[in-house]
Design a protein around this ligand. Structure first.
Ligand SMILES: [Zn+2]
Length: 428
């Protein structure tokens, strides 16, 4: 095996230039979600590239899933290469969508500029750099071991940033992420080159509406202001809910440490006149105010308890405040996921990290959710982790970048993990 370790190191290192160019090529597709721009050309680019390396290519459109239209088709690509004899199947899954670039960039977010050993651009870190590293890892491995056993799959999937319904969830429902088709899945999300990510926290997105009564704004006492009612909700959240969430600590190894507690973001709040109207306001008392909350929870909590905490606060206000009325609507729910450290794919990646870095891997849980949930819950495949280059803190921010050396080292880890999973760790 040590000879093969050296060969893998040599081969991946020699493909550094290709790795950089592949990352740049992927970043140049502005696969912004929403709305789901350039999915098809990006998927076809990946498909054409892998077809040239002997992979069989399948395109699967997430037909009828949220956002899927003829203008913005949810195009996924799945590539598979069969080995020379039966054996396990290892799958690398990356999402091709990126979040909108937003403001504050000092470089063109889709030019994929290389500077100071980094590639800059939206999606470099999250997660086209990781995808490129996994493709190079697979190509390096098959170049060295053309008679490998089993099969390797590489997929580029859509909509991870908006829940993955047109991407991994859609494919998982159709058996793409279940045995016997697949045995081990690595998702190259940017959790850092020396960390094995075992899962993620849970999510409850909900909309809370407070209700009022319309009246003329010069006589607000004749109506009932929904925004003032929402003010009472925020006040109560500040006094009771946020301190309670802060006190909830988890045994999950979440990074960064701030996310080892329960958290809630007030994502949006709206009441009364819309802000896209530029004329003079009309004198109205608003009869509705809506707040969107993004609650992230721990494996020790359950969904019903998470919801009940919010309902309890709203019910308490109802008792103490005149005419208070509310509604709560679920937007999205994701249960926390955590696989075992000694699941085969985690062991293989951990061994790869030990080999490349000469130290123990760190085991972490992601503060945010990603497509692992669909693979474990819909595909019923527990042998799935996230591992990839890049620092999560940089994801979704201006001047996002990925360090080229990190990509090369991660590609080495992935190629080693591939060899351990397909051939067994201790074969000659
Ligand atoms: Zn991501």
């Amino acid at each position: 095996m040590s000879g093969s370790v050296q060969n893998i190191t040599k081969m991946v290192t020699s493909m550094r230039g290709e790795l950089i160019e592949l990352t740049r090529d992927l970043v140049k597709f502005p696969t912004v979600n929403p709305p789901g721009e350039a999915y098809t050309p990006c998927a076809e680019f990946i498909g054409n590239l892998l077809a040239r390396s002997g992979y069989e290519i399948q395109y699967v459109r997430g037909e009828g899933t949220p956002g899927d239209t003829n203008r913005y088709p949810r195009t996924n690509v799945i590539a598979r290469i069969e080995g020379s004899r039966p054996g396990p199947v290892v799958h690398f899954n990356s999402h091709i969508d990126v979040v909108p670039p937003g403001e504050g960039w000092s470089v063109d977010p889709f030019a994929a500029i290389v500077r100071d050993g980094k590639v800059y651009g939206r999606g470099t870190c999250d997660m086209k750099g990781g995808m490129a590293a996994s493709i190079i890892a697979a190509q390096a491995y098959t170049a060295i071991n053309p008679n490998f056993p089993g099969a390797i799959e590489i997929s580029g999937t859509v909509d991870e940033e908006s829940g993955g319904y047109g991407g991994v969830a859609y494919l998982a429902e159709r058996g793409f992420f279940s045995r016997p088709r697949v045995d081990h899945v690595i998702i190259p999300e940017p959790l850092n080159k020396d960390r094995v990510c075992l899962g993620h926290r849970g999510v409850w997105w909900a909309e809370i509406e407070t209700k009022g009564e319309v009246a003329h704004g010069s006589m607000p006492f004749l109506g009932d202001c929904a925004i003032r009612h929402m003010g009472a909700v925020i006040e109560s959240f500040e006094k009771k809910l946020f301190p309670a969430l802060d006190r909830k600590q988890t045994a999950m190894p979440i990074v960064p440490p701030g996310a080892k507690r329960s958290t809630m973001n007030i994502n949006a709040i709206h009441g009364g006149q819309t802000d896209d109207y530029s004329g003079l306001p009309s004198a109205n008392v608003p009869d509705s105010c809506k707040m969107t909350i993004d609650r992230r929870f721990l494996i020790e909590e359950d969904m019903s308890q998470v919801k009940q905490e919010v309902i309890d606060i709203l019910e308490e206000i109802k008792v103490s405040r005149d005419n208070f009325d509310y509604a709560v609507r679920d937007i999205m729910q994701v249960l926390p996921t955590m696989v075992d450290k000694d699941t085969p794919v985690a062991l293989a990646v951990a061994d790869g990290i030990r080999e490349v870095f000469g130290r123990e891997p760190e085991y972490v849980i992601s503060p945010g959710t990603y497509d692992q949930k669909h693979i474990t819950r819909i595909g019923h495949l527990q042998d799935c982790i996230a591992y990839g280059p890049g620092i999560l803190d940089l994801a979704h921010r201006p001047d996002e970048f990925v360090v080229i050396d990190d990509m090369v080292e991660s590609a080495r880890v992935m190629a080693l993990a591939l060899s351990y999973l397909l051939e067994g760790k201790h074969t000659a």
